[in-house]
Design a protein around this ligand. Structure first.
Ligand code: SAH
Length: 532
């Protein structure tokens, strides 16, 4: 494809979990100029799409289609033609699961073909295979099932001439073959009754998998005989796969997804968007349903004057103390522009100074710049970093008296650390490297709604400012909204701030790091599950 050509890609988004899109699908999303997407494709996949791209939602929720298929076909053709006249590029039609498995991708491809618009298909993992897999059910299994049949469960029961061969399906199920119904929850009675009527054993195992591969996955196991009753009792709703066959018996032994330590826990991560990534990813990996709510965002400080001045005279500092990952990033981002002429603009600029990091995450970030911190205290508090530095200085036969100490950090922060250095006779420069602010478009009301509805189980706090900001945002509603939510704090200072805000019941990490916080959460939920 040349730069000016237009190409439409019908891409399978996979069954739900954003990690289950193909590498090719993700690569193409990064090149999109227009994306037309569905209800069942994970919205997180849009993060791959360039900000400048046009995004068009044509979601069909259940059976109450608000955009018809004919309209979608016409839209695809129209948008592709517009794009061609407008410099060309990539148009993506992103569809849940696989585009050609009950996805009407064939109809969309035909519309494009008939309009002479070039297109390609990128298959996706279909929910009929993935949802059972995440429920611990292989759709075929040696000695149990030698076939799997994908069937629409959407056929109207009143249809006189069925396109589905129920006799054949019942025969397959009788021999252990797997039947996989899509869009069938509304018709569950009809499906089970039909199979029984055609001779399938009433005790044939059935598994219903709702929202498969996502943290809100629900699984119900039954038999052909009692599945409708059980589903009604559990108010089991779409979207779900109905799996019929003996393979469903493997679930008790093979279930894995729900066994993740934080499965089913809906947790709000309050770090800023920039920092949330690692914590959110790790929590999601452990099965949590992560809701990112950045209570703070990082922006430039009101003035760079102090930092710039320090960067221009870096050689005069004996110590540079980094108190956050963000401080490290901002420092090295600014350094090349502001280092004194003729001096190093890379990390060698710190060759004359000793470097301290407040904790392992900050030390790790320094390492990515090729710097191994001389001091990382055992306990990650300002006081501890001071003591550790003093000890190192003493061992080396020097003292902190008259030492020049640079602390690049947030514009607003505690004065404990600089005060301690000053008391020891050091000359301290506190250089604002960034500023934390309340996010402008913070979806506070959405969070409040979620809390109100009891859809949040836990909140993580990784600094005092995340606490202060969340309480400032929720205002006087905070105590009521947080009443039934487990609060997890990274360390004593954050906990203290929570106590000050009136929260007495706080879980605190015993190691004051992200890892420690995660361990603390896993421990709490393990204990709770054990108690049940
Ligand atoms: N092309 C899609 C299917 C679209 S039809 C695919 O290949 O997966 C819509 C039906 O797919 C839903 O009614 C439901 O039966 C099934 N489905 C889609 N996503 C699902 C999920 N995450 N868990 C369970 N079933 C799902």
């Amino acid at each position: 494809m040349t730069a000016t050509q237009t190409m439409v890609y019908l891409i399978g988004a996979g069954p739900g979990d954003a990690g289950l899109i193909t590498v090719r699908g993700a690569d193409l999303l990064k090149r999109a100029r227009i994306v037309i997407y569905d209800y069942l494709s994970n919205a997180a996949l849009l993060n791959y799409v360039p900000a400048s791209a046009e995004r068009i939602y044509v979601g069909k929720k259940g059976f109450s289609a608000h955009v018809t298929q004919a309209e979608i076909n016409a839209l695809l053709v129209q948008k592709a033609q517009e794009l061609a006249q407008n410099g060309g590029g990539v148009l993506i039609r992103l569809k849940g699961g696989d585009p050609f498995v009950f996805g009407r991708g064939g109809e969309e491809a035909l519309a494009l073909s008939r309009a002479h618009i070039p297109f390609e298909i990128v298959p996706g993992i279909t929910s009929g295979i993935a949802a059972p897999a995440y429920a611990g059910i292989p759709v075929t299994h040696r000695g149990i099932s030698s076939s799997v049949t994908f069937v629409t469960g959407h056929e109207q029961p009143e249809k006189t001439q069925s396109a589905i061969d129920w006799t054949a399906l019942a025969r397959l199920a009788t021999r252990g073959g797997t039947l996989c119904f899509y869009m069938g929850i509304h018709n569950l009675d009809f499906i089970c009754a039909n199979l029984i009527r055609q001779g399938a054993p009433i005790n044939t195992p059935v598994a219903l998998v709702r929202w498969g591969t996502l943290p809100k996955q629900e699984v119900l196991t039954a038999t052909l005989c009692d599945a409708p009753k059980k589903a009604r009792a559990a108010k089991f709703a779409a979207p779900a796969i109905i799996l019929v066959g003996r393979v469903a018996q493997l679930r008790p032994e093979l279930a894995w997804f729900e066994r993740r330590p934080l499965f089913g826990v809906r947790v709000v991560v309050t770090r800023s968007r920039v920092q949330a990534g690692v914590l959110s990813d790790r929590l999601a990996e452990l099965g949590a349903d992560v809701y990112e709510f950045p209570t703070i965002e990082q922006t430039c400080p009101d003035s760079y004057e102090v930092l710039d001045n320090a960067l221009a005279h870096l050689a005069s500092f004996d110590w540079v103390v980094f108190t956050s990952v963000n401080g490290v990033d901002c420092f090295f981002e600014r350094l090349p522009q502001k280092a004194a002429p003729g001096t190093c603009t890379d990390p060698r600029a710190l060759a004359h100074a000793r470097v301290a990091a407040i904790g392992p995450a900050t030390a790790q970030r320094l390492r990515t710049f090729g710097i191994t911190a001389d001091v990382v205290p055992e306990s990650y508090r300002g006081e501890a970093v001071f003591t550790a530095i003093r000890d190192v200085a003493q061992k080396a036969g020097s003292s902190l008296e008259h030492a020049c100490v640079l602390i690049p950090r947030a514009q607003v922060a505690r004065s404990v650390l600089p005060d301690l250095f000053r008391q020891a006779g050091a000359h301290v420069v506190v250089a604002p490297a960034y500023k934390t602010v309340l996010p402008r478009d913070s979806a506070v009301s959405e969070l409040a709604r979620e809390l109100q509805a009891g859809r949040v189980d836990a909140i993580t706090f990784t600094s005092s400012s995340t606490v202060r900001n969340l309480f400032a945002l929720l205002k006087d509603q905070a105590p009521v909204l947080l009443r039934n939510v487990e609060l997890f704090s990274i360390g004593p200072i954050t906990t203290e701030t929570l106590h000050d805000a009136g929260c007495t019941d706080v879980h605190q990490a015993s190691e004051y790091t992200i890892n420690g916080l995660i361990t603390c959460m896993c421990g709490y939920y393990r204990e709770r599950k054990d108690k049940k």
